[in-house]
Design a binder for this molecule. Structure first.
Ligand SMILES: *[C@@H]1O[C@H](CO)[C@@H](O)[C@H](O)[C@H]1NC(C)=O
Ligand SMILES: *[C@@H]1O[C@H](CO)[C@@H](O)[C@H](O)[C@H]1NC(C)=O
Ligand SMILES: *[C@@H]1O[C@H](CO)[C@@H](O)[C@H](O)[C@H]1NC(C)=O
Ligand SMILES: *[C@@H]1O[C@H](CO)[C@@H](O)[C@H](O)[C@H]1NC(C)=O
Ligand SMILES: *[C@@H]1O[C@H](CO)[C@@H](O)[C@H](O)[C@H]1NC(C)=O
Ligand SMILES: *[C@@H]1O[C@H](CO)[C@@H](O)[C@H](O)[C@H]1NC(C)=O
Ligand SMILES: *[C@@H]1O[C@H](CO)[C@@H](O)[C@H](O)[C@H]1NC(C)=O
Ligand SMILES: *[C@@H]1O[C@H](CO)[C@@H](O)[C@H](O)[C@H]1NC(C)=O
Ligand SMILES: *[C@@H]1O[C@H](CO)[C@@H](O)[C@H](O)[C@H]1NC(C)=O
Length: 323
């Protein structure tokens, strides 16, 4: 009796789980995946329909990766399968998942708020689908998110300021949606950001100067928006790793800052179709890594000597037309 009591005590303390994720096992992950399957209304290649079957182990299903340690689903990749359907809230039960790729299908509707439960998520790719509504602000509750791709959808409304909460974020791609409003200056809180892509949206206002204070940034892409204002004089003082600056087809004015020469790694500089005035600064000839320079259809006066551009050893395309 005494022995049994001690054994039970031992079991309760050391064996019985305190954290309910320990009670869970791979069958906990099967239900949300079958819910997803049932929300796929068209699967013309019969991929999920034939492969995700209860008679085979979940970890052998196509697009599923499991951890060997916990034997739980850690990644779901059903990209490019020509699936049409919606994302059910049940997906928020895949509590061990760190990578979710549903890109290049025709999923529509909302991303369900239950996905905010997936606290291990590092990588979310939902690009090239037909999602609508606002960029979900619950994404800001995913503290480990490093890569967020929501481009090529029908997202509308403002870019949520709360995204600045994602302090580990490295890549933010929101291009080709219908986003409007000002670009939040709080984006500069993303101090590990390397890629910021907002091309082909409808934001207004100017580029928050704080963006040029993200010291890790490599690509700033804002082509084909409706952005106004001037570029900061000290644009390149704090962003030594910038490789691509895409600002064509906006309504930027003022002068092209000669300080751009401080972005020594710049390979692609697109400034065409704006309202810049003045001359192209001679200092740009110091950008020896440039392979692509587009400054056409500016309202530039004066001239830059083409001989200066023989200094760009790698320059393939440069467009000076219609100044
Ligand atoms: C998995 O967990 C469920 C309850 O969540 C339980 O019924 C089942 O027996 C467990 N399976 C294994 C193999 O541990
Ligand atoms: C499901 O797909 C995986 C990966 O392609 C394959 O190994 C497995 O045999 C398939 N299972 C069924 C039941 O089709
Ligand atoms: C998107 O999916 C289609 C159909 O599966 C495929 O042919 C195409 O290569 C995919 N595109 C990308 C960029 O992955
Ligand atoms: C899974 O998620 C759904 C919807 O969010 C919820 O109703 C259900 O209780 C969850 N199931 C489990 C086993 O956690
Ligand atoms: C995407 O959604 C829009 C409007 O919600 C609809 O008009 C369009 O047909 C959808 N595209 C596809 C490929 O389903
Ligand atoms: C920011 O993140 C913290 C911790 O991850 C969370 O508690 C807080 O609610 C988030 N704030 C917003 C505005 O999302
Ligand atoms: C950018 O950083 C510099 C130096 O850290 C600081 O003086 C300046 O106020 C910052 N600018 C913006 C717009 O945040
Ligand atoms: C850009 O914004 C201006 C003023 O805010 C507006 O008059 C114009 O129609 C907009 N252009 C486009 C293409 O949205
Ligand atoms: C940058 O360009 C200016 C003007 O063309 C030139 O005087 C200067 O020497 C260059 N600096 C470097 C570091 O090449």
């Amino acid at each position: 009796m005494g022995k049994n009591f001690i054994l039970l005590f031992f079991l309760a303390i050391f064996i019985l789980p305190h954290d309910n994720t320990l009670l869970a096992n791979i069958s906990t992950d099967e239900a949300p995946l079958l819910a997803l399957k049932s929300h796929i209304s068209s699967d013309i290649n019969n991929i999920i329909a034939s492969n995700w079957s209860s008679s085979t182990p979940v970890c052998s299903w196509i697009g599923i990766t499991c951890s060997s340690r916990h034997h739980r689903v850690t990644a779901l990749d059903i990209s490019s399968m020509q699936l049409y359907g919606t994302i059910p809230p049940h997906l928020g039960n895949l509590s061990f998942i760190s990578s979710l790729d549903i890109s290049n299908n025709t999923f529509h509707g909302d991303l369900p708020v239950e996905l905010a439960h997936l606290q291990r998520l590092k990588f979310v790719n939902a690009k090239t689908n037909n999602f609508t509504g606002a960029i979900p602000s619950f994404l800001s509750l995913l503290p480990n998110l490093r890569f967020l791709y929501l481009s090529n959808n029908q997202f509308s409304g403002k870019i949520p300021t709360s995204l600045s909460n994602l302090t580990k974020l490295e890549v933010l791609q929101l291009q080709r949606n219908f986003l409007e409003g000002e670009i939040p200056r709080e984006i500069s809180d993303l101090c590990y950001l390397t890629v910021l892509d907002l091309e082909f949206n409808q934001p207004t206002g100017s580029i928050p100067p704080s963006i040029f204070n993200i010291t890790t940034i490599q690509v700033i892409a804002l082509t084909d928006n409706n952005i106004t204002g001037k570029l900061p004089k000290s644009i390149c003082d704090h962003i030594p790793d910038l490789e691509g600056l895409y600002l064509s087809r906006n309504s930027l004015d003022g002068v092209i800052p000669s300080n751009l020469e401080k972005c020594r790694k710049l390979q692609i500089l697109e400034l065409g179709d704006n309202e810049f005035a003045g001359t192209v600064p001679r200092e740009l000839a110091n950008l020896t890594a440039l392979t692509m320079l587009h400054i056409g259809v500016l309202h530039l006066e004066g001239s830059i000597k083409f001989s200066s551009f023989s200094l760009f050893p790698k320059l393939g395309t440069h467009v000076f037309s219609q100044n």
